[in-house]
Design a protein around this ligand. Sequence first.
Ligand SMILES: *[C@@H]1O[C@H](CO)[C@@H](O)[C@H](O)[C@H]1NC(C)=O
Ligand SMILES: *[C@@H]1O[C@H](CO)[C@@H](O)[C@H](O)[C@H]1NC(C)=O
Length: 224
Amino acid sequence: MLGKILICCCFLAPVVSADLCRPGAQEAFKVRFNLKAALGEKAYTWNSDEEYLFKAVMAFTMRSYTNNDAFEISNIVLCNITKRVSFWFLVTSPVNSSVPVPSLTVEHAIRNERNRINSAFLLDDKTLEFLEIPPTMASIVNHNKESWLIAFGVVVGLLAIAALLFIGSGIQNYRRRKTVQEKLEEITEDQDQTASGTTNEYVLASSNRAFADDETCEDVLTQF
Ligand SMILES: *[C@@H]1O[C@H](CO)[C@@H](O)[C@H](O)[C@H]1NC(C)=O
Ligand SMILES: *[C@@H]1O[C@H](CO)[C@@H](O)[C@H](O)[C@H]1NC(C)=O
């Protein structure tokens, strides 16, 4: 009699779990894997090994969140698996496998290990979707941080370019003035030697013009 009951229980247990997992059930979650979009040609095919990995990762996720409650892969129940990979799953209590773990606990556990889950399947928040669990605040905050960093980088870059241009033009102006001054000095020295009044005036006048218009400076000076 007792044997019969035990056999009956063992036979019933998985049936009960499978019954718990239904599309839209309160504690169930829908998952969608977009392998083609994420991996293109290198996309692996979803099979029972991948299913096993998912169960193992979820059991790990639950253990990690609950501080080592003894979740096994048998506590992760999958149902309604479609070819273009999506399915529903539900987590059952390690103490009593006919009692589902509240969805809020599972949700927190998944958020807690989202990166580990993603990386186990070489996917990200967009290509591995938990439909009832929108991407975490953490990733949104990171995203904002990234765009701020980009904006900051652009502004700093522009400021640096402006500073370089300013310094560059300053140096160029300084060099031009210096050469004009040097040439002026050379000319006055020459004129001290020749002591010619009229040319002296002409030279000073053209030098002054040259000072105002640097481009023509050398042309004017080479005449002498
Ligand atoms: C889910 O699977 C069950 C059992 O295979 C089936 O009866 C049910 O119609 C499926 N539900 C959906 C929404 O595909
Ligand atoms: C498991 O939970 C079910 C449903 O709440 C209950 O009927 C059953 O007695 C429990 N089994 C054990 C071993 O606690």
